[in-house]
Design a protein around this ligand. Sequence first.
Ligand code: CMP
Length: 139
Amino acid sequence: MAGRITLTMIKPDAVADGHTGKIVDMIIGAGYKIQAMKLTRLSKEKAEEFYAIHKERSFFGELVAFMTEGPIVAAILEKDNAVESFRNLIGATDPAKAAPGTIRNLFAKSIEANAVHGSDSADNAAIEGNFFFSQMERP
Ligand code: CMP
């Protein structure tokens, strides 16, 4: 199962700008099944935990501040080869480098306010899915 799921967040910039519906539509249109989804908000502690792998990076403080500034939508998505195919759908981390038609190309404002997150490995997808969702929330 692990290789068939990825975890996405629609980040505070895209939620605040009203892009949630368009992004979810693109995800469904690309063939993903939504296993679980919620509108929520990260506390400083939870954002630091989610992004702990980046805690030594120069942008960590800004990243945590940005990710806590408003609501996000978290979702577990299911499809064959989910992690890699979803990263192709969202495009490069830096929207200036994201391919035309990708979610970040269409909706991201900057490398920080980059509209969506996608897991970078099957192992992290499993960890990140469990971070946001209990067993009851993922039928
Ligand atoms: P994400 O895929 O959520 O994973 C880590 C996040 O850190 C990344 O998207 C960006 O939003 C952010 N990030 C990566 N590099 C930088 C950077 N150089 N400056 C600011 N934020 C960054």
